[in-house]
Design a protein around this ligand. Structure first.
Ligand SMILES: N[C@@H](CCC(=O)N[C@@H](CS)C(=O)NCC(=O)O)C(=O)O
Length: 224
């Protein structure tokens, strides 16, 4: 069987990363069973700054359009999403650097599956419950939901090794000319790597990897 690998770089600040993750999970469990998907937390703000990009919602018209588009796209994939009323205020005040580092601590200590379970709780907390995800008190709530004892992980967020891991992931996105999230690298059996931006290119990835065209779970369950 030819190897099909997708490297998915994400930040929990990014709703399109959440949509992309949930879409891939639906596909992996069904139409795209023989694909290896590797999830990597990176720090979107640094990549944006390095590439000269800005958070898209800072342009008011774009922010309005994004709010609609995110809800519509999430709905298509069967994900319930809400736009946090304080989002702009929060991104001016906080960053997700520590949240992303916490995910790396969890990945190193408990493996990728637990890390993604935690990422999903971060996304739901911000993009459905409209709660903050930036400070220790927020992390404690998230960790409680995934059954991790806070004292087992919180002290490691500041470790040099964790900073290096995050930097390595940022570097991978920078080297692939990244400027947003999710940033996706698709590796094909001819040893080529193909770069994609966003959660809305899975139909093209399918063609590249010779996979069935992606459909949300709800269409597979219905009698189309
Ligand atoms: N069309 C893409 C949009 C993805 C997107 O806008 N991602 C945001 C973060 S949630 C971003 O990084 N935007 C940077 C930009 O648009 O320049 C999708 O549907 O996934």
């Amino acid at each position: 069987m030819t190897q099909k690998i997708i490297d998915f770089y994400f930040d929990v600040i990014s709703p399109y990363s959440w949509i992309g993750f949930e879409a891939l999970e639906q596909l992996k469990g069904n139409q795209w069973k023989d694909v290896e998907i590797r999830y990597h937390p990176f720090f979107l703000r640094n990549v944006m700054m390095k590439s000269g990009n800005r958070p898209p919602a800072m342009l008011p018209n774009r922010g309005r359009m994004l709010a609609q588009d995110i809800r519509r796209t999430a709905n298509y994939w069967g994900i319930q999403i809400k736009n946090p009323p304080k989002f702009i205020e929060w991104i001016l005040q906080y960053t997700t650097e520590e949240a992303q580092k916490l995910l790396i601590v969890i990945q190193n200590q408990f493996g990728s599956q637990k890390m993604m379970e935690t990422a999903r709780v971060f996304w739901r907390r911000l993009w459905f419950d409209c709660e903050k995800i930036f400070e220790v008190e927020d992390f404690e709530m998230v960790l409680k939901e995934v059954g991790i004892v806070p004292s087992d992980v919180l002290g490691k967020i500041g470790d040099l090794e964790v900073a290096k891991n995050l930097e390595k992931n940022n570097q991978a996105v920078n080297e692939a000319y990244g400027y947003g999230a999710p940033w996706i690298l698709v590796h094909t059996s001819d040893s080529k790597t193909h770069t994609f931006f966003g959660s809305d290119r899975f139909h093209i990835i399918a063609e590249l990897l010779d996979l069935p065209q992606p459909l949300p779970q709800k269409f597979l369950n219905s009698k189309l």
